[in-house]
Design a protein around this ligand. Structure first.
Ligand code: GUN
Length: 293
């Protein structure tokens, strides 16, 4: 069993990005600039956005954080998106999800200029991804692809079982890994809440990607000996022994599953680390106008 250290991988890629930013600076070119919009006080979202801004500083990007209260109206948020679309200084931006209930997330996502949609959530980017055209790949799937590539984990012809069909992880990663590509050409099964005989499907998998948001959902009896385990879940479970009163666990019963696996990602310190890196890579692409010219 090999533990995949997301932090080491992420730091390697951040060093590469920082070196490229240095080159841009030396050449007198524009430095990548990411903006993040955070509405409300959701503690997890605040932590994620803090991490994104900190990572920008780490690699030498400019960043702008726009914070608004939870009672911000739809119209006010759309105005912010419009300003960011028009601001030539901003290469890419994200609106952190989830948004408060009174805001229509789909309308906000649609308002983002696809050229600046470094989250890859706009249907134009999603459609381009599905057709294998150049696009911004959503951060978590992009992070998983980086992980598989850099660890030389073969995907060609492999059985991949994805558990969870969200728009931001399960559905895009299942599309990406089934496409004709170096990290792809897998036979992908996408399992979800209505899947019958889930265990039978998962037991076939050479690579399991768990993205359902349920703590310890994947148990050892569901896993084939030697499988690669990519755990995307980040779940808070009560833990009175911790100062914060909770700890983070994935969707996989790590202790029981790890001994059966060939590679496994921990939570925390696994996929989450690569997700932020993927956002940086997309922002670099935006600055260099690599996706849309
Ligand atoms: N909420 C959870 N993950 C993400 C993400 O990748 N981007 C944004 N904007 N919100 C999120």
């Amino acid at each position: 069993m090999e533990l995949i250290d997301g932090k080491i991988l992420a730091n390697t890629i951040k060093d590469e990005i920082a070196a490229e930013v240095d080159q841009l600076k030396s050449a007198g070119s524009k430095v990548p600039h990411l903006a993040a919009v955070l509405v409300g006080e959701d503690p997890a979202s605040q932590a994620y956005v803090r991490n994104k801004v900190k990572s920008c500083e780490r690699v030498g990007f400019d960043s702008t954080l726009i914070r608004r209260p939870a009672d911000t109206t739809q119209a006010e948020l759309l105005e912010i998106v419009d300003q960011l679309n028009k601001d030539d200084n901003i290469d890419g931006f994200i609106v952190q999800l989830p948004l408060p209930d009174h805001i229509d997330e789909d309308e906000v996502t649609l308002a983002i200029d696809p050229k600046k949609d470094v989250d890859g959530f706009h249907p134009v980017n999603f459609g381009r991804m599905a057709q294998g055209l150049s696009c911004y790949i959503p951060a978590t799937p992009f992070g998983i692809l980086q992980m598989l590539r850099r660890l030389d984990i073969p995907t060609q012809g492999k059985e991949v079982v994805v558990i969870g069909r969200s728009n931001i992880v399960g559905t895009p990663i299942s599309i990406l890994l089934s496409r004709k590509a170096e990290i792809g050409n897998s036979t992908v099964t996408l399992c979800h809440s209505r899947t019958q005989n889930l265990k039978e499907h998962v037991l076939r998998a050479d690579i399991i990607i768990a993205a359902i948001g349920r703590p310890n959902f994947v148990t050892a009896d569901m896993v084939k000996e030697g499988a690669v385990i990519i755990d995307v879940g980040i779940n808070r479970v009560d833990d009175a022994s911790r100062k914060r009163g909770y700890r983070l666990v994935g969707d996989v019963d790590f202790e029981a599953v790890a001994p059966k696996s060939s590679f496994i990602t921990p939570v925390p310190g696994g996929v989450g680390q690569l997700t932020v890196v993927a956002l940086l890579l997309n922002t670099l692409k935006a600055c260099k106008k690599e996706v849309y010219g």
